[in-house]
Design a protein around this ligand. Structure first.
Ligand SMILES: *[C@@H]1O[C@H](CO)[C@@H](O)[C@H](O)[C@H]1NC(C)=O
Ligand SMILES: *[C@@H]1O[C@H](CO)[C@@H](O)[C@H](O)[C@H]1NC(C)=O
Ligand SMILES: *[C@@H]1O[C@H](CO)[C@@H](O)[C@H](O)[C@H]1NC(C)=O
Length: 263
C-alpha cells in the first residue's frame, strides 16, 4: 500500500516538474552568427544575416526578443508591434524581413561596415524566464591594392624591396621572404585612415652581392585574428649580370670550339 501511494506521489511530482520545464521557460536553441564576414570590393555583398532560434512554452507571457551589439540594443521584437531596429544600425537593418511571421529572431544587415565587428547577443525574455547567448563576428575588408617591387638602388650595390598592402581591416601583418628566410631588418609603416582601414608598407635593402640573379622574392600578409592571407612573388633579375653571364658562356663555348678545332 505504502509503495503504491509513493509511486503516485513520485509520478505527480515528475509530471509537475516536466510541466514546469516545458511551459515555464524560454530558451535559445541556436544562435547563428558567422565567425567572419568578408566584404567584397566590386560587388554588392550578400546581406549579413543573423538568426536566433528559440523555443518557448505555450503558457509564456510577455515575450520580448532583443539583439544587442557590444551590449547596445540594435533590434527588438515584441508580439504587438513585431520587430524594429534602433541604435546605430537603425538604417542598416533591413525592415522588410520583419513582416515575415514566425522568424522574430532573424535580422539582415545591408552593406555592413568594418566597425560592425564585435559581440552580438540575442536575449529572450518572458515574465517567467530569460535566456541569452553571444557570439563574436569579425568583418574582413579585403585590400584595395597589394604590390611588391624589387629594384636596384642608385649605386647598383643594393637591391631595394618594397611591399605594400592598402585599405584592409583588421590590421595586416606583412612579411618579405627570400631564399626561404623572412627578412627582419625592415622598415615598417602602419597607418589607419580616418574611415578606419589599415595600410602597411615594408621596405628593406639587401646588398646586391647577397642576392643571386635570378632570385624569387615573396611578400605575404595576413589579417590579425583571421585566416585571410595573400601572397605576391616577383623574380629579382639583374640584367647586367645576366648579360655578363651570357658573354662568359659564349666565351667558354668559343674556347671549347677552338680547342676542338686545334686538336
Ligand atoms: C557585455 O556585458 C557583459 C556582461 O556585463 C560583459 O561580460 C561583456 O564583456 C560585455 N561585452 C562588451 C563587448 O562590452
Ligand atoms: C561605422 O563606420 C561608418 C562608415 O565609416 C560610419 O558612418 C558609422 O558612423 C560608424 N559607426 C560607428 C558606431 O562607429
Ligand atoms: C581558420 O581556419 C581553421 C580551419 O579551417 C578554422 O578551424 C578556424 O576556426 C579558422 N579561424 C578563424 C579565426 O577564422
Amino acid at each position: 500500500m505504502a509503495s503504491w501511494s509513493w509511486s503516485i506521489v513520485c509520478t505527480t511530482l515528475l509530471a509537475g516538474l516536466t510541466l514546469l520545464t516545458v511551459t515555464h521557460t524560454v530558451r535559445i536553441t541556436n544562435l547563428r552568427v558567422p565567425h567572419t564576414y568578408t566584404l567584397e570590393r566590386d560587388n554588392e555583398p550578400d546581406p549579413l544575416v543573423l538568426d536566433c532560434e528559440y523555443e518557448m512554452g505555450p503558457m509564456e507571457k510577455g515575450f520580448v526578443l532583443k539583439w544587442l551589439f557590444n551590449n547596445h540594443s540594435i533590434y527588438q521584437w515584441i508580439p504587438s508591434v513585431k520587430g524594429f531596429a534602433m541604435g546605430f544600425m537603425k538604417a542598416k537593418i533591413d525592415t522588410k524581413i520583419f513582416t515575415m511571421e514566425g522568424s522574430p529572431g532573424v535580422i539582415s544587415i545591408k552593406n555592413p561596415d568594418w566597425n560592425m565587428t564585435g559581440e552580438y547577443t540575442c536575449a529572450v525574455q518572458t515574465f517567467e524566464s530569460t535566456d541569452k547567448r553571444s557570439a563574436r563576428l569579425q568583418i574582413i575588408v579585403p585590400e584595395s591594392d597589394f604590390m611588391l617591387e624589387a629594384r636596384m638602388g642608385g649605386e647598383q650595390s643594393d637591391v631595394d624591396i618594397m611591399c605594400a598592402v592598402q585599405n584592409v581591416f583588421p590590421q595586416p601583418v606583412l612579411s618579405v621572404i627570400f631564399d626561404t628566410h623572412i627578412l627582419d631588418s625592415v622598415l615598417t609603416q602602419l597607418d589607419q585612415n580616418p574611415s578606419g582601414l589599415y595600410s602597411m608598407t615594408v621596405r628593406t635593402r639587401i646588398p646586391r652581392d647577397q642576392l643571386e640573379s635570378p632570385t624569387p622574392i615573396t611578400c605575404a600578409f595576413f589579417l590579425l585574428g583571421t585566416n585571410y592571407t595573400k601572397r605576391r612573388e616577383t623574380i629579382f633579375y639583374d640584367k647586367a649580370t645576366n648579360i655578363q653571364r651570357k658573354w662568359t658562356t659564349v666565351a667558354v663555348v668559343m674556347s671549347i670550339a677552338s680547342l676542338a678545332l686545334s686538336s
